[in-house]
Design a protein around this ligand. Structure first.
Ligand code: URA
Length: 180
């Protein structure tokens, strides 16, 4: 699957990428964390969440008593949209089979959706994050999904960290009950 992603030309994002960003972590992780798309640093390194947002994500994982190599981290699209714009729904559609295959292979007990693009794409809705967070949803394969704010948003809006922490605790208690 990773080789197929590395060779993918299903959308125009392939033309400008330096690296595809498949995802990292434990291939049998109980948590799958899904962001929106690689940024410039991720495109250079071929790894998700390695910039400032990634440092905050690592701190959030540490607060939960876990680490990036114990979860699986990926994005809705595997190539960087130019100028860090949001991926289009056509780009997300072109990449969807890869994400669904990753979810099927890792078989996580819980999916944590970071931010609007991940939440709306995983749940197939157009509802804002503020209305999706704080409760459990059913995602692909009827898996539990918890939605929270994107770490890049939390860097701009530190007051939302309290809600994000509540979301992470909800996710942790769901994993403890649903996928012990
Ligand atoms: N933001 C994302 O959504 N994903 C990354 O990999 C990096 C930043």
């Amino acid at each position: 699957l990773e080789t197929a992603v590395a060779r993918c030309t299903r959308c125009a994002l392939a033309e400008r990428r330096q690296h595809t960003v498949f995802g990292v972590g434990a291939r049998d992780a109980r948590w799958m964390i899904v962001g929106e798309a690689p940024g410039a640093q991720e495109d250079r390194r071929g790894e998700p969440f390695v910039g400032r947002a990634g440092t905050l994500l690592d701190a959030m994982l540490a607060a939960l008593g876990t680490r990036r190599d114990a979860v699986f981290i990926t994005n809705i699209v595997k190539c960087r949209p130019p100028g860090n714009r949001d991926p289009t729904s056509e780009e997300a559609d072109a990449c969807r089979d890869y994400l669904l295959a990753q979810i099927a292979h890792v078989d996580p007990g819980l999916i944590l959706a970071l931010g609007r693009v991940a939440a709306q794409q995983l749940l197939g809705v157009k509802t804002p994050v503020g209305k999706l967070r704080g409760r459990l949803h059913q995602g692909p394969g009827a898996r539990p999904v918890v939605v929270t704010y994107h770490p890049a948003y939390l860097l701009r809006t530190p007051a939302a960290k309290r809600q994000a922490w509540a979301d992470l605790q909800l996710a942790q208690s769901c994993v403890a009950v649903c996928a012990p």
